[in-house]
Design a binder for this molecule. Structure first.
Ligand code: PGA
Length: 234
């Protein structure tokens, strides 16, 4: 399985360091073989010595080596930490930060060219979901416009917007239906995200075609993230 934690705008340099240490200790002590990704804030990125199955990634970056992009970081800043993983297309960047599909594809292609592992997020709104499964799939495929779905370092995260941060994840049958439809065309690992927590991980991990999870709120405390990893195996 793949377990990814997205800190969003939480944690500081100090608390990220503590988090990484505790998570690493847990992974070693429990002999966890899954791939674990941590996406801290840009200010908390670092050159951490990590086990081979643990990766730090960036939540966002501008598709340029450097330049006049106020408030952004580029490849030069990421390279300083030797990081090779990026999250692209998260719904909060699509909606709150107004990133267009065209710009998202530009980012994707830039970081693909630079050989990054890309966790690429897609997800429909409540309004679209309410129109039914066909509408949801049509919308989800449109979020792959300009994206190379055969890229060998791609991981796709399906995160229905209405399930993010709400405490209520999508229903097992719905996740199953969406992931199996994506699987028809996509060979890359498929993650589910949206209110994953220690109490529902077992069910989600058991979904056919679900190769892992992307977790926000329920992973902010390292103990809870460890419990999610542990409970997936019970
Ligand atoms: P959540 O966030 O776990 O808080 O729902 C998931 C995400 O946005 O990646």
């Amino acid at each position: 399985m793949i377990f990814a934690t997205n800190f969003k705008t939480h944690h500081t340099r100090v608390s990220t360091k503590e988090y990484m240490k505790k998570l690493q200790d847990f992974i070693i002590k429990e002999n966890i073989k899954d791939d674990i990704f941590v996406f801290p804030t840009s200010t908390s990125l670092g050159n951490f010595k990590l086990p081979s199955n643990m990766f730090m990634g960036v939540q966002n970056a501008y598709p340029a080596i450097n330049g006049s992009y106020t408030g952004e970081i580029g490849l030069e800043q990421i390279n300083e930490f030797d990081l090779k993983t990026i999250l692209i297309g998260h719904s909060e960047r699509r909606t709150i930060l107004k990133e267009s599909q065209e710009f998202i594809a530009q980012k994707f292609n830039y970081f693909k060219k630079n050989n990054f592992k890309i966790i690429y997020c897609i997800g429909e709104s409540k309004e679209i979901r309410d129109e039914g499964f066909e509408s949801a799939m049509e919308y989800l495929w449109s979020e792959f416009d300009g994206i190379d779905i055969s890229y060998d370092k791609l991981i796709v995260a399906y995160e229905p917007i209405w399930a993010i941060g709400t405490g209520a994840s999508a229903k097992k049958e719905d996740i199953e239906q969406i992931l199996s439809s994506l699987r028809v065309k996509i060979e890359a690992p498929l993650l589910y995200g949206g209110s994953v927590k220690s109490s529902n991980i077992k069910e989600i991990a058991g979904i056919k075609d679900c190769d892992g999870v992307l977790v926000g709120s329920a992973s902010l405390k390292v103990e809870n993230f460890c419990e999610i990893i542990k409970n997936s195996k019970k």
